[in-house]
Design a protein around this ligand. Structure first.
Ligand code: NAP
Length: 334
């Protein structure tokens, strides 16, 4: 079976995913696209033999669409995800699920009312081979009892309008998901400790050092640095009583000469996580084709992530330890 997919939002990552679905992923084809920028979206559609439609509602309800990919900006995800939940169509939505607790709660309630999982949230690190190995080591007891976790998230650069809050909402949310997923626990508090700011960007707190505490008291740290200049560098280490499980940074090549050894790091998150995105999409398409419920990050994961991000933004302002008050996960997501 070929899964017919409608894509909502043909901006930067929407185009990446349309290319992926059209040239890399087997068993899928993009049939309809929509975007508020109609002219550009029409070009994107024509390039892959898809059709443009002006409204998300038309796309979601069309019988030419079996499943939906949402790659519009975060603030419009709730409106569009409400449509897919109403239609009961399998959907892979780029992170975040929503940008406010109230919107995320509304989507959680809507999916609970439907009574089955429809929406998967695009936290693609869960599909990275290295993160999967670390998780298997932790879950398999190979590091004994986990005690703490260290994370590093360095970007070479960000747009000029980037704020301290963007670092939490756009970057650190990936670690929020990996912490919850790797440790298998909810996050209960967040604190942001400011190191010396970047000398060329004094108005923005960069880097940020974020401390998370989980339900059983485990500590997880994140160094988030969005103008690290040299490349995209993501690290993760879980420390346990019997050992540590770490990502080994993928390097493309190494040059050894009289002046030393040079290893190339990925230039961007796109390079670093290309394979993870491909696995994420292939597994999702295979699941849709089989009529299976999604197994990736759920609406609950998206909801918990929004609550932690909101506490993180408060923590930037207060410098205090901000609590995350998450209710118990509903049965559908346990
Ligand atoms: P983008 O380049 O701004 O693309 C979003 C597109 O959606 C734009 O063409 C935008 O049009 C359009 N749009 C705005 N409102 C819309 C609506 N109501 N209906 C349909 N289309 C609408 O943004 P992006 O960088 O691709 O990011 C999109 C999403 O992907 C965000 O949620 C972002 O956080 C996520 N993302 C995830 C990762 C990851 O690592 N997983 C990486 C990058 C981005 P206008 O420009 O005219 O507003």
């Amino acid at each position: 079976m070929t899964v017919n997919i409608g894509v909502v939002g043909t901006g930067m990552i929407g185009r990446e995913h349309i290319r992926r679905l059209s040239t890399v992923i087997s068993g899928a084809r993009v049939t309809l696209v929509t975007d508020v920028a109609a002219d550009a979206a029409q070009e994107v559609a024509a390039a892959v033999g898809a059709q443009f439609v002006p409204k998300a509602e038309e796309l979601v309800t069309s019988d030419q669409v079996d499943a939906v990919v949402v790659t519009s900006p975060g603030p419009v995800h709730p409106e569009q995800l409400s449509l897919v939940i109403k239609a009961g169509k399998p959907t892979l939505c780029e992170k975040p699920l929503a940008t406010t607790e109230a919107d995320a709660r509304g989507l959680l309630d809507a999916e609970l009312a439907l009574g089955r999982r429809v929406v998967q949230v695009g936290f693609m690190r869960r599909y990275d081979a290295g993160y999967r190995d670390v998780r298997a080591a932790v879950a398999g007891g190979r590091i004994g009892t986990p005690l703490l976790m260290h994370n590093v998230h360095r970007n070479p650069d960000v747009p000029a309008h980037w704020t301290s809050e963007n670092t939490i909402n756009d970057s650190v949310v990936h670690e929020v998901d990996t912490i919850r997923w790797l440790l298998g626990e909810e996050i209960t508090s967040v604190q942001v400790v400011p190191p010396a700011p970047h000398p060329d960007h004094p108005g923005v707190q960069d880097p940020q050092f974020v401390l998370f505490r989980t339900a059983s008291g485990l500590l997880a740290t994140v160094e988030a640095f969005v103008r690290a200049a040299y490349g995209y560098d993501v690290r993760c280490e879980v420390v346990g009583t019997e050992g540590t499980a770490s990502l080994v940074n993928p390097v493309r090549s190494s040059l050894v000469s009289a002046t030393g050894e040079v290893q190339a790091v990925p230039a961007s998150w796109k390079d670093r996580f290309e394979a993870a995105f491909n696995t994420e999409f292939q597994e999702w398409v295979d699941g849709v084709a089989a009529g299976a419920a999604p197994t990736g990050p759920s609406v609950w994961d998206g909801y918990a992530n929004v609550l932690v991000a909101e506490a993180g933004v408060r923590a930037i302002a207060t410098g205090a330890v901000e609590r995350v008050d998450l209710p118990a996960a509903p049965e559908l997501y346990r």
